[in-house]
Design a protein around this ligand. Sequence first.
Ligand code: PEP
Ligand code: MN
Length: 353
Amino acid sequence: MEMKIEKLDLAGPSSGKPVVIAGPCSAESREQVLSTAEGLAAKGIKIFRAGIWKPRTKPGCFEGVGSEGLAWMKEVKQKTGMLLATEVATPHHVLEALKAGMDILWIGARTVTNPFAVQELADALKGVDVPILVKNPVNPDLELWIGALERLYNAGLKKLGVIHRGFSSPDKNIYRNAPLWHIPIELKRRFPSMTVFCDPSHLGGKKELIAPISQQALDLNFDGLMIESHCNPSCALSDASQQLTPDALDYILKMLVVKDNVQTTESIVLLRKQIDEIDERILELLAKRMRISGEIGVYKKEHNMPVLQTGRYSDILKGRASMGMEMNLGEEFVSDIMKLIHEESVKVQLKIE
Ligand code: PEP
Ligand code: MN
């Protein structure tokens, strides 16, 4: 489905990149909310986030203070002028958040996995003018992410953006949620004007990873960052390990390098030309490989041989993986490519009449 999405202008036309949304994982008390917000405002942060209703993995954890916290956020706005953002997961949250004057709403990763929940939110949001940021679903499913955007778009909401917060993965790695950068990159390719945030707090799950992930997001031309910040992180009631004090956040933001996207120098033009040519050669070779594969298919048919020869397939996978490693290519990368090529070859041979 085609969506005409305009770039969001969240922090005013004069704001430079990146737009930063910062604040605690959860609003915990009036003092904690105000003290964090004042610290952030003093560092020039323009958009304040806080979770009011918290989706927790298990019952019995701190599940947010509920609507009471919205009043503390309103006070933040009166005192600092910051815009306010919070997560909504049910139509009731939408009602309460809008009544309290929230400027931006986001839909959390767990909610985005459920099309029924997203549709209920879309229906509740009909006719509303506030920007809605859609986090990626917990599972690495780009279509589900886009589907959520389409449900909101169909409800008349045009001020849409996304937040990349990483994906649940059974594989052990240093991140709380696997980055799988190719997924938000593909989303950007399909919707070039979409405002794309990265949330390095939930992605990395640790303070130490916030700077490198943020830099990577900026290098990938993301528009903004959503970062968790707490006046006293070690005592936070949720996500204590991934929150920064306003001072530490400011320090990191000052270290980030925003690269110039406008200038394309002569040398990058030449390098890109080489890449274009190499891609063309790869495609020509693939086409040739498929033609030969077709000829083998004809031979197999004439000699009554089965299409799939398991021994040959494992030889190809093993042989190519070690060949690739000698060329400094990742083993998994080569194996994934070979599996795809082999699958296509089998398809070609099965089609032979
Ligand atoms: C949050 O932003 O505090 C949150 C719950 O995030 P996510 O939906 O990405 O887990
Ligand atoms: Mn959190």
